[in-house]
Design a protein around this ligand. Structure first.
Ligand SMILES: [Zn+2]
Length: 451
């Protein structure tokens, strides 16, 4: 198996293109100005090192870099006082201020997803790499983040009434552009379903708003030095593009003689052919018997070079699809004036008052968790999409018992309701209460029937 390798030039180009976005990303994850610059560089150098030592890990250069910046950034992100971009620096622009403040309200994972997909226009696959998941799951997170974002800027969540929503598909459709084959069916459905249509509209609205986010660029005084150091490391740790192309041709020829041996085969072939030609000539002239077939077989090596030679033009250097596939939206880049207030001398000065999570993790609990058939159970949820309608379904090992309930999630993401743990089939043992709102992941909480 040949490892995919990344050329120094390609990696340097990717760093150059995305450095401002990674910087903006870190600021919006709560890094102080000095810490953000340091983490841009540290994560870029990690990228170089990993691409050089274990390129297999870096299947997506840009996604990997954002993921690494996210991880390091989390260790140096400041507390609430460090939340940098909402009220202060961009307050010249009311829209930008609203967007920045709404982003700060999102759970970190959703903030990462919408920043990468909407504000920086990275492909879904790259977003998945940065989140440690796949492209489909990433788009569901984008879809949820957009809905929460809209609520935070004051839009009402379209009521789903618990109607299941294909959030990932609607999130993709909300980008506009060509429709993937697998999204054709959800699209047809959404065109005639008011609920899904309204979620689709919401996706479009949020995407438009977020795509207009102003990117806070690396400070000019830092950029050249930082990019220079990354380039230097890349040249030391990674092969040059031209060299890589040659190596790749060789790797394509795994089963065949190595490149260095080819000239020998050619020489040997020519020599053999010459000798055989003489022999055949002699034989033929002797008795007219043709041995030519045998002779041409044994001169096979002479045929090899033409097979080997074409440099497989379809195989471009491996990372280029990843690097070039992001339609770069030339975001409005906002360069900060030199900071008037002194910045902390080292990132460690800004270390870790863990930022207050804006949203609780999603949960579902029942009380009591066991008892007789027919008991009334209180069900509580937290971390659900505010404004959504949660459907509850009491289920035995076969399926729904038919006992259901419904609750509307409050503005803090919580709900409380009751459901009858009533199983007409009178199954003993483990039952579950399943909760879904069509938007958040479905959850279950157990209820064990005793006696
Ligand atoms: Zn629908």
């Amino acid at each position: 198996m040949s490892e995919q390798r990344i050329a120094a030039e390609d990696l340097t180009a990717a760093v150059r293109i995305h450095a401002d976005r990674v910087h903006d990303f870190l600021r919006r994850l709560g890094c102080e100005p000095r810490a953000a610059v340091d983490v841009v560089e540290a994560s870029a150098l990690d990228l170089v090192e990993t691409a050089g030592s274990t390129p297999k890990q870096v299947t997506d250069v840009v996604g990997w870099w954002f993921g690494r910046a996210r991880a390091i950034g989390a260790t140096v992100a400041g507390g609430s006082s460090g939340v940098p971009l909402g009220g202060g620096l961009l307050s010249v622009d009311v829209d930008q201020q609203r967007i920045a403040e709404a982003l700060e309200q999102l759970p970190e994972r959703e903030r990462v997803a919408v920043l990468l997909r909407d504000a920086y226009a990275l492909p879904a696959a790259s977003v998945g790499v940065a989140l440690g998941t796949d492209a489909d799951a990433a788009m569901e997170t984008v879809g949820r983040g957009r809905l929460r974002f809209l609520q935070t800027v004051g839009d009402d969540l379209p009521s789903t009434g618990g109607h299941p929503v294909e959030l990932g598909a609607l999130a993709r459709l909300g980008m506009g552009g060509p429709v993937a084959a697998r999204d054709a069916t959800p699209r047809r459905h959404a065109q005639s379903c008011a609920t899904c249509r309204s979620i689709w509209d919401a996706q479009e609205r949020a995407h438009r708003l977020l795509a207009g986010l102003t990117v806070v660029a690396l400070p000019d005084v830092e950029r050249d030095g930082l990019l220079g150091r990354v380039e230097q490391h890349a040249q030391a740790a990674l092969p040059a593009g031209a060299l890589l192309l040659l190596e790749e041709e060789d790797e394509l020829e795994d089963e065949r003689p190595s490149r260095l041996l080819i000239p020998l085969y050619v020489l040997a072939g020519v020599f053999l052919a010459a000798v055989l030609g003489v022999v055949i000539g002699v034989l033929a002239s002797r008795d007219g018997e043709s041995r030519a077939t045998g002779a041409s077989d044994s001169s096979d090596p002479g045929i090899l070079p033409p097979v080997v030679a074409p440099p497989a033009p379809s195989r471009s250097p491996v990372p280029s699809p990843v690097l070039s596939s992001a339609p770069l939206p030339s975001p409005r880049v906002f360069t900060l004036p030199p900071s008037p207030s002194p910045v902390p001398a080292s990132p460690s000065a800004a270390v870790s008052t863990a930022p207050e999570p804006a949203v609780e993790p999603q949960s579902l609990t029942s009380d009591p968790t066991s008892g007789p058939n027919g008991q009334t159970v209180t069900v509580q949820g937290a971390g659900w999409m505010p404004g959504s309608t949660v459907q509850l379904d009491y289920r035995n090992s076969v399926g729904s018992t038919g006992s259901r309930a419904q609750a509307v999630v409050d503005s803090r993401g919580r709900f409380t309701t009751t459901i009858a743990a009533q199983d007409p089939a009178n199954f003993p043992g483990r039952h579950v209460i399943r909760a879904s709102n069509g938007i958040d992941p479905t959850m279950e909480t157990p209820y064990d029937v005793s006696g």
